[in-house]
Design a protein around this ligand. Structure first.
Ligand code: ZN
Length: 203
């Protein structure tokens, strides 16, 4: 399986990164070795001094597809979960400056903690799902799918133009504003609406 991540999908986050608003979805990949499941702790890596949290809603792909039209995209995922797109911001900044790819900053081991999923039929309106990241008991990031620049369906359609989606692939759909550093000892909890679906520590 592969992990597809969407960048700059919330305007306020693009702004805080001093990045222009994208005209089409921006995406990048993480390998399966990035996955961190079952609320396992995240061990702070030696190669970075600035690991940032990015809380994101995650789609689980339920069937294979290529060149998926937007009107059929909803048939390719049944569940919505929450995860963190950990980013070594110091390394990313250096890569950006040199125009180099981001893998060192985004695709390292355990850079994609993943929580539990909720069946999408549980949501009244997929375009108004609230989610948040709580660190040490305090809400640090809050998002709503009403603020997405590119909807779930348009992301699926766009990505599948270039890359075949396969059952079990994950799509991290972008982070709202409020990204920032984590430190050893922090406890991170991810919520969709009132459901806590992710809860792990930085060690
Ligand atoms: Zn992200």
């Amino acid at each position: 399986m592969k992990i597809i991540c969407i960048g700059r999908n919330y305007a306020e986050h693009a702004k805080e990164m001093n990045a222009p608003l994208p005209k089409e979805p921006v995406f990048f990949l993480k390998p399966d070795t990035s996955l961190l499941k079952d609320n396992q702790p995240f061990y702070y890596p030696d190669f970075s001094k600035e690991i940032h949290h990015e809380i994101e809603l995650v789609l689980k792909v339920t069937k294979n597809g290529k060149n998926i039209a937007p009107e059929f995209a909803h048939k390719y995922y049944d569940e919505i979960g929450i995860g963190v797109d950990f980013t070594a911001r110091d390394i990313q900044a250096a890569c950006k400056e040199k125009g180099l790819p981001w893998e060192k900053a985004k695709a390292f081991d355990n850079a994609a903690p993943l929580g539990k999923f909720i069946d999408k039929t549980e949501f009244k309106n997929l375009n108004n799902i609230q989610f948040k990241l709580v660190i040490n008991g305090k809400t640090i990031q809050k998002g709503s799918t009403s603020d997405l620049l590119f909807s779930f369906d348009s992301i699926i359609s766009f990505v599948s133009t270039y890359i075949t989606l396969k059952t079990g692939d994950l799509i991290y759909t972008g982070t709202p504003e409020g990204v920032g550093p984590v430190k050893i000892g922090d406890r991170l909890e991810g919520y969709i609406e009132e459901y806590k679906l992710l809860d792990f520590e930085i060690k």
